[in-house]
Design a protein around this ligand. Structure first.
Ligand code: AMP
Ligand code: MG
Length: 389
């Protein structure tokens, strides 16, 4: 049985082929830039006022100023300023020639066409052309995940479309004769299928496109047909259930029959030990055990980084350092563990957690706490890294 770190190394070595496409800005949220975003313009594009006020020459300490033209945002000033003159200017308005500072309106008095400064304004209140960005500047690097703030940056530079990686096409197949579509009546001995929903949502949250989400009863012919179809249509196939040691755990055998090379079939991890990873002609397959917490954890720890690479990202898991509220100690240490925990005010709080079938524990979890193989856990007060989920 390989360790978590060995499994991660095998996954990192697996070849992935991200595709690139041009995406309009309104559809670019969550995508990853496939090329550096380079500005063609100055930002700001002209010297502008940061305040509603009066523009005047820098260093002009006249007792009062004759008020000339009014400059709203979006218009071009008609005249240059001279000593003893000012222009009424709005936030975002273009500074007239000769102007160096803006005195905010609230600190001035205007009467009969003259302005007096009531209270000196220390700040120049101007944004200079190109002070943020200049033509040729790389504003966002290739590999950047586009969040709302990046959308704003790209739009501000007039970039209406970007080169982005295509979202990997994902298939999710939940196996099990006992699993039932939520919303339908629950027969005796059955449970609702939560895995196909949670896995698909995890994939979408990671930026992938879920093309197939389906269930297959524990019948080899059905499972084989579902997986074969998914391998044709998708880049990555996620299968839940059917990978353990039971008589009806057909998935690894079916994958082999379909020509999928299996690179590991067990990881020394809890939950999620019988996790299977395979490849076939550039396609990627994961088989994850059906208990919902196993499925969730295996996605977070092993599948998400592969999806990230498939879309051009080299993202490290986001962790937060916090102190254990109480002891979290274990006797058996032959497997690494990921334990759902809550984070509050810098403390790691343990949840009522009954094991890998207890998906309700995840509803209160903010993150997963990693306990390496051979490690007994953490005493109260010790500082640990929690992987946010
Ligand atoms: P398996 O990995 O197929 O042996 O399933 C392990 C446990 O997870 C069993 O109790 C299953 O009923 C449960 N399980 C399997 N698939 C799902 C699913 N899609 N949603 C919720 N629980 C499941
Ligand atoms: Mg099963």
């Amino acid at each position: 049985m390989i360790t978590v770190e060995e499994a991660q190394a095998i996954l990192r070595a697996a070849a992935v082929r991200p595709h690139t496409e041009t995406v309009r800005l309104e559809r670019a949220l969550g995508r990853v830039l496939a090329k550096d975003a380079v500005s063609k313009i100055f930002m700001p594009p002209f010297d502008k006022s940061a305040m509603d006020g009066y523009a005047l020459a820098a260093g002009d300490a006249s007792a009062r100023y004759r008020v000339g033209e009014t400059i709203p945002a979006g218009s071009v000033p008609a005249r240059a300023l001279h000593k003893g003159e000012c222009a009424k200017i709005m936030t975002g308005g273009m500074l007239p020639r000769g102007a160096g500072v803006v005195v905010r309106k609230e600190w001035t008095i205007e009467k009969d066409g003259w302005m007096r400064i009531d209270r000196p304004d220390e700040s120049p209140n101007v944004c200079l052309k190109g002070e943020d960005v200049r033509p040729g500047d790389i504003v966002l690097k290739k590999g950047t995940r586009i969040r709302p703030q990046e959308i704003g940056i790209l739009a501000s530079l007039g970039l209406g479309a970007v080169a982005a990686y295509a979202p990997p096409a994902v298939a999710v197949i939940a196996t099990g004769s006992e699993i039932v579509e939520p919303g339908r009546p629950l027969g005796k001995g059955c449970i609702y299928d939560s895995n196909s929903y949670s896995l698909a949502s995890q994939a979408v949250k990671a930026g992938a496109a879920v093309k197939i989400r389906r269930r297959a009863a524990d019948r080899p012919a059905l499972i084989r047909k579902s997986i074969a179809g998914a391998l044709e249509r998708c880049d990555i196939v996620l299968i839940s259930g059917g990978v353990s040691a039971g008589d009806l755990d057909f998935v690894p055998g079916i994958l082999r029959e379909l020509g999928v090379a299996l690179h590991f079939e067990q990881i020394a991890i809890q939950p999620g030990k019988p996790t299977v990873f395979g490849t076939r002609r550039g396609k990627i397959v994961f088989g994850v055990p059906g208990n919902p917490v196993s499925t969730f954890v295996i996605f977070e720890v092993f599948i998400k980084p592969v999806l990230a690479r498939m879309m051009g990202l080299e993202e490290e898991p986001f962790t937060v350092r916090a102190a254990m509220e109480k002891d979290l100690l274990r006797r058996k240490t032959e497997r690494a563990a990921f334990v759902p925990v809550r984070l509050r005010d810098g403390a790691v709080i343990q949840l009522d957690y009954h094991g890998s079938a207890h998906i309700n524990a995840l509803g209160r979890a903010d993150g997963l706490l990693y306990i390496p193989k051979g490690h007994a856990g953490y005493g109260a007060g010790s500082r640990v890294d929690v992987r946010l989920v």
